[in-house]
Design a binder for this molecule. Structure first.
Ligand code: PLP
Length: 388
């Protein structure tokens, strides 16, 4: 029997772990399994693994090791940044600014803060999903304590002008903090928080070929956060709980591998994405949400297939071993209209028509051709079943 090989194009949902990271984690589960807080040799060895990971990640961001706080996922990093900062700064003011296209990890944290008496301004975006630095600055008030804007949008791959936004909002109020959710941007772009006016930066391990259940938050010098977890006082009391040593080491190794050849990897991703764009452009009534040039993310393509429900196409592709996601079901099993697609002005009647194809360095050009062929073949067939 011929082995059927999956074509996995849902890398913005999660990635396959690099085998090197999995092997390292296996070693730490079985050999260096000590508790990093323990005073004996096994503890010291585990602690050394964490220090090494911190050094690797700090080196990539060009920041100090003490600025890295390990968490359990991107969601925790976002919550710690936003709720932790709001709680620590509430005497200075209770106004926060974010955008309409953030991941629920940010939007729901903001909603929670509203329920606690904070006020939130949500900035709109243009048709490409981009936030205007001028509009962001205009929304800043004397009581604004935090601005949160994502680096790369998870639905359409818009890359926000975070450096300009950071500069503009800080010029308007130097006392506020600037948080960037870089869950989709880290590992795909060079990000230097100090140069980019970023005080808080969220990252997730499983989006970068590291393990699930890992993440970290960069916290600039002098920024005070109220912890979300209370307990044994690990990580300077900011994030109690025994550190996930294998996960932390695996995440850091994956990041190191990605940043070793970042330019070449970006080129490879753009080449694959461009091939998909070129091939799919010939299918009637297909449009791409957001920009398709190289100012967008190299790995995310949002494809609106008029007349075909995304879910139907997703399952038809799945039958052929090709995995994508529905652009409107970004975060759970309960699809809800995508805030991003609404914000960029996708017509209501086309809201259910977008699939997201997201690539990784593990994909190949042959897979792009196979996926494009399958979509081109399936779409006319599926359109015949549209209710008129
Ligand atoms: N932020 C963005 C932009 C994301 O795409 C995701 C996950 O899809 C998250 C945050 C949440 O990350 P995690 O799944 O690690 O909690």
């Amino acid at each position: 029997m011929v082995e059927k090989r999956d074509i996995y194009l849902d890398n913005s949902a999660t990635t396959r772990c690099f085998p090197e990271a999995a092997a390292l984690m296996n070693e730490l589960f079985l050999e260096d399994y000590g508790n990093p807080s323990a005073m004996h040799h096994r503890g010291v060895t585990a602690e050394r693994r964490i220090s090494q990971a911190r050094k690797t990640l700090a080196g990539i961001l060009k920041v100090k090791e003490k600025n890295i706080c390990f968490t359990s996922c991107g969601t925790e990093s976002d919550n710690l940044a936003i709720i932790g900062a709001a709680m620590a700064m509430q005497r200075k003011g209770k106004h926060l600014i974010t955008t309409q296209i953030e991941h629920p990890a940010v939007l729901e944290a903001m909603k929670y803060l509203e329920s606690q008496g904070f006020e939130v301004t949500r900035l709109g975006v243009d048709n490409d999903g981009l936030v205007s630095p001028e509009e962001a600055a205009a929304a800043v008030r004397p009581d604004t304590i935090l601005v949160s804007v994502m680096h790369t949008n998870n639905i359409i791959g818009a890359v926000e002008p975070v450096e300009e936004i950071g500069r503009a909002v800080k010029a308007a109020n130097p006392g506020l903090l600037f948080h960037v959710d870089a869950v989709q941007g880290f590992g795909k772009a060079q990000i230097y928080p100090k140069r980019m006016n970023i005080d808080l930066l969220s990252v997730s391990g499983h989006k970068i070929h590291g393990p699930k259940g890992t993440g970290f938050l960069y916290i600039a010098d002098g920024v005070r956060l109220v912890p979300l977890m209370h307990g044994g006082g690990q990580q300077g009391g900011l994030r109690s709980g025994t550190e996930n040593v294998p996960g932390i080491a695996g995440m850091a190794l994956a990041a190191q591998m990605l940043y070793k050849d970042l330019d070449a990897d970006r080129e490879k991703l753009f080449a694959m994405k461009n091939r998909l764009i070129e091939r799919l452009s010939t299918v009637p009534d297909i449009v791409f949400n957001g920009r398709t040039d190289e100012t967008a993310a190299p790995h995310i393509l949002s494809v609106r297939v008029r007349g075909v429900r995304a879910e139907v196409l997703l399952h038809a592709l799945e039958d052929r071993g090709i995995y994508v996601s529905a652009g409107s079901a970004c975060s759970s099993n309960h699809p809800r209209p995508s805030e991003t697609l609404m914000a960029i002005g996708v017509p209501q009647k086309e809201m259910e028509n977008s699939i997201r194809v997201s690539l990784s360095v593990m994909n190949t050009m042959e897979e792009m051709d196979a996926a494009a062929d399958a979509i081109a073949e399936l779409v006319p067939f599926l359109r015949r079943f549209v209710r008129k």
